[in-house]
Ligand binder design. Structure first.
Ligand code: NI
Length: 417
């Protein structure tokens, strides 16, 4: 993934790779990227503040970035992936500060550890004595004993050790040949090296259905489609979403899921999220609690019969809910932050600009997949949002990391605290 953000007039470019089935590594990458971006925001503003995904919208990539951050695998073998996080910062005075840290990831246990932990403590003196080109301006005794900040194992067993030397924060790189490197590694280090030398790579057996995405980092939006499925228009929408590599959420009525089970299944098979939109689309606030529960249960049963699983979310018809409804539905209530009014205008020339005008990162957007005029506007809407920098995700993806509680109402992802 990648993003371009403008932070206090400076351009920041980040690119990174997640590894499927290794949530420990992926959250490590997320935390590091957010911390790096937070630091850039704090440095740019006298009032501090934090990075917001909105900073990565509509950033013109023409400028030369003043901060480049990357997090990528550098080497893999056996059950080990070597993964490196790097930042290169060009200051206003043109001075370049570079930093990097390499981690080992165990693809079986998922454990992430710093590569410098693979060295024996006694090896540090040997490394220090090899560090060449210590800048002459460094006189402090502490600076004469640079500590390794990053270690990269090469495929032939050689070690590249980075050390930061003194107050000017210059990085020195020392390469230690394989013949000397092995003696510098501790037990864990020798095990990692043995794995890296094996030609095959073992990746986690269970990969998630959807690629990991962090909506604190990249601007996300959840497009939602109500009142289907429809045997004609819903598959048309699925084709558009698939072609654009976009995910969405479908709030189905029980009656339509029962009438078009194959279409409901197609939605689920494409990885989209499904929500309960009641069986017969009534105003739930006008029903008794028992009748609300019956609307919910019959819909769960119809969706389960079609797709094999009960929907974890619900949306009350017309967005109508009160304390009674909230207590009776037994699921999180997903309302919306942006109402396209697609059903009212039946005109893409009106509802597409309306959504583009009102959308913000984290928003849930309301549309309906039963109307051909809604489908007619989706290609343009999806393309426009992605061009701005939005990732189109399911409602569960949008809220990942924040709880979705039964009986609670949600309209957009809360900002990071
Ligand atoms: Ni509806």
């Amino acid at each position: 993934m990648s993003l371009t953000a403008v932070v206090g007039g400076r351009q920041v470019r980040a690119s990174w790779t997640y590894l499927d089935g290794l949530p420990g590594l992926n959250s490590h990458v997320d935390a590091w990227l957010l911390a790096t971006l937070d630091k850039a925001v704090a440095a740019a503003s006298p009032y501090g503040g934090r990075y917001r995904p909105g900073m990565a919208l509509n950033a013109s990539p023409s400028q030369v970035p003043s901060l480049t951050v990357t997090a990528e695998p550098v080497l893999a073998g056996g059950t080990v992936v070597l993964f490196r996080e790097k930042a290169r910062d060009t200051g206003a005075d043109g001075k370049i500060t570079e930093s990097s840290e390499t981690f080992t990831v165990d693809t079986v246990s998922g454990e992430v550890r710093r590569a410098v932990e693979l060295l024996r403590p006694e090896a540090l003196d040997g490394i220090r004595s090899r560090v060449s080109g210590v800048p002459a301006d460094i006189a402090a005794p502490a600076a004469k004993q640079p500590a390794p900040t990053d270690v990269v194992l090469g495929p032939a067993g050689e070690l590249q050790v980075a050390t930061v030397q003194g107050p000017s924060r210059r990085a020195g790189i020392t390469t230690i040949p394989a013949s000397d490197a092995e003696a510098m590694l501790n037990d864990a280090g020798r095990k990692v090296l043995a794995q890296l030398r094996s030609p095959a790579v073992t990746l986690p057996a269970t990969a998630p259905a959807l690629r990991h995405v962090n909506c604190d980092l990249v601007p996300c939006a959840a497009l939602t489609y109500d009142d289907g499925p429809d045997a004609k228009t819903t598959p048309q929408l699925l084709t558009i979403l698939q072609d654009q590599n976009a995910q969405a959420t479908f709030f189905m009525t029980g009656a339509n899921a029962a009438a078009h089970p194959a279409t409901a299944r197609q939605v689920a098979d494409a990885g989209h999220a499904i929500g309960n939109h009641t069986y017969s689309h009534p105003y739930l606030t006008k029903l008794t609690p028992a009748a609300v529960k019956s609307e919910m249960d019959r819909t769960d049963a119809a969706i389960r019969a079609a797709t094999g699983s009960s929907p974890p979310l619900m949306r009350p018809p017309y967005g109508a809910a009160d304390a009674m409804v909230q207590a009776a539905v037994g699921k999180p209530l997903i309302i919306w932050a942006v109402d396209s009014l697609d059903w009212q205008s039946k005109n893409p020339a009106l509802f597409v600009p309306k959504v583009l005008r009102e959308i913000t990162p984290g928003a849930v957007v309301l549309m309906h997949d039963v109307d051909p005029t809604t489908i007619a506007g989706q290609q343009e809407l999806v393309t426009s949002l992605q061009t701005q920098g939005y990732q189109l995700v399911t409602v569960p993806q949008l809220f990942e990391g924040t709880p979705l509680l039964p009986g609670h109402v949600y309209r957009s992802r809360p900002e990071r605290k």
